[in-house]
Design a protein. Sequence first.
Length: 232
Amino acid sequence: MESTTASGRSRLTPQLVLGLCIVLVGVLFTLDNMGLAYAEDYLRYWPLGLVAIGLVKLWQAGKGQGGGFGGLVFVGAGLVLLFDSLDMFHIRIEQLWPMLLVLFGGSMVWRGLYGTRARAADSADTVSGIAILGGVKRRNNSATFKGGDLTAIMGGCEIDLRQAAIDGEAGLEVFALWGGIEIRVPENWTVINRVVPLLGGVEDKTHPPQGTTAHRLVLRGFAVMGGIDVKN
């Protein structure tokens, strides 16, 4: 039976995979110091961790728990770095700039195919935004807000939820790579930060609500050399 939380979300998350990878690296170094294994023989496979994180994000997207674009980025970057680490072929940073065109074009195709559906969802109970080399602004006033997904790659997302309402808990998947995400929430919401910063930062500037509140916004995802701000 699949292990899930009380809110129906699976406990298998990218954060869990990242934690397991860190534990595995620590075990390898311990065995190396004890002379029982050579860590260098195994550490060249480290990009598999990125692939695993991406696959989990894609799996979550298939279950309606966020978008899959960030998962594709992790899987693609992990495979490229793995091939380079295994000497299958060598890649220099300056050789990867055409991938920016691929990402930009892919986002345009995505908007062309699913743009109408995404706008309808934004005006209902979810919000979705993908910003690549540009900016995205969304506003939601749903009385039954359930969450969504935001991706910013060398771009920015500005999301205004101050007119929305949560009955219980809502989850928002975020992924910022060399970009920024700004989220504005009502003053009676409690923000639960579960974002993993990797050479990036997450700042919660909201005012804690007085007393207990049943309105909780849970942030999950990654900030990779990027920033995420939450404010009232």
